[in-house]
Design a protein around this ligand. Structure first.
Ligand code: ADP
Ligand code: MG
Length: 311
């Protein structure tokens, strides 16, 4: 159940007001917060904030768990089908809650189509591969198409209007806007039965605003902090976070994989699942999971059809 910041021992109403104004509503959002960030956002002294975090941890019993409790927590993780059985298998059953899944690959490799499909599929019942939940779709490139949602919903025998009612869309116009939207999600997600947050793409504004090698370190630092914020969102509210990242193909790399050479995936320092997508013949696409010892190795093929993502 929901435990308010007001329930944390030692938190009075004036501090609670400040926490809530900064978007921290539940005790869990405090437990997973970083002290410096919490202090910055609330205007409270770091020392005070550290005490609040400690108190929240004590109250919620942030202690060792037994293996059986670990098992129980794993069972709480939800999975969303991609529409392709082989892609689901590659992901260990589908896109998971409590984690970030990054789809990276060149232009046209299917990143946006997968985001559309997941926004529809999350609404399915668990028996059909969904989580009976709603989706938030943050679009940085203006490539969201309601027509695709309609077509994908129809193909699954769902009412297209209902499906579209359950997808909250927002265009992010720059990286600060994007960060502010995610802050807002700490309030919005638990109130609206959201089980999937899509960020298509997570990198484009950061790339445009911090161009070139001279800004690389600053860009990566901002991006890492943004990704950690997304990770906390995923964990705190048991939602799936799906981000995309366009990676340039490099024609000057002749062997190995040309798309991994530049930029690479962005999740290197964040826990999560990274899926590389490549174009193949016609509507075929190839997916591969990188750096995930717990998932099956190898590549799978899926297709993008008028109905959506399929085998
Ligand atoms: P990315 O986001 O990785 O750049 P997209 O997800 O936008 O790529 O994929 C674009 C591809 O999706 C197109 O090249 C096309 O093959 C396929 N596609 C898009 N819309 C449809 C549709 N209505 N029917 C079939 N395939 C489609
Ligand atoms: Mg795209």
């Amino acid at each position: 159940g929901f435990i308010s910041v007001r329930d944390i021992p030692g938190v009075g109403s004036s501090i609670a007001d400040k926490l809530e104004a900064a978007g921290y509503l539940s005790a869990w959002s405090i437990v997973v917060a970083r002290a410096e960030e919490l202090a910055e956002k609330t205007g409270l002294p770091v020392l005070t904030v550290q005490k609040i975090i400690e108190s929240a941890r004590k109250m919620l019993g942030i202690t060792f768990k037994t293996a059986r409790e670990v098992k129980q927590e794993r069972l709480n993780i939800g999975k969303i089908t991609t529409g392709s059985k082989s892609l689901d298998e590659l992901l260990g059953g589908g896109v998971e809650t409590k984690t970030i899944t990054e789809f990276f690959g060149e232009y046209g490799s299917g990143k946006t189509q997968i985001c559309h499909q997941l926004s529809v599929n999350v609404q399915l019942t668990p028996e059909k591969g969904g989580l009976n939940g709603r989706a938030v779709y943050i679009d940085t490139e203006g490539t969201f198409r309601w027509e695709r949602i309609e077509a994908m919903a129809r193909a699954l025998g769902l009412d297209p209007d209902k499906v579209m009612d359950n997808i909250y869309y927002m265009r992010a116009y720059n990286s600060d806007h994007q960060i502010a939207i995610v802050d807002e999600l700490f309030t919005f997600v638990p109130k609206n039965d959201v089980k999937l947050v899509v960020l298509d793409s997570v990198t484009s504004h950061f790339r445009a605003e911090y161009p070139g090698r001279e800004h690389l370190a600053e860009r990566q630092q901002k991006l890492n902090s943004h990704l950690h914020q997304l990770m906390r969102l995923a964990e705190a509210y048991n939602v799936a976070v799906v981000v995309t990242n366009q990676v340039m193909a490099r024609p000057d790399v002749f062997y190995g994989d040309p798309t991994t050479a530049v930029g690479g995936h962005v999740l290197a320092h964040t826990p999560g699942v990274r899926v590389q997508l490549r174009k193949s013949k016609g509507n075929k696409r190839i997916a591969r999971v990188v750096d995930a010892p717990h998932l099956p190795e190898g590549e799978v093929v899926f297709v993008i059809t008028e109905e959506g993502i399929r085998d």
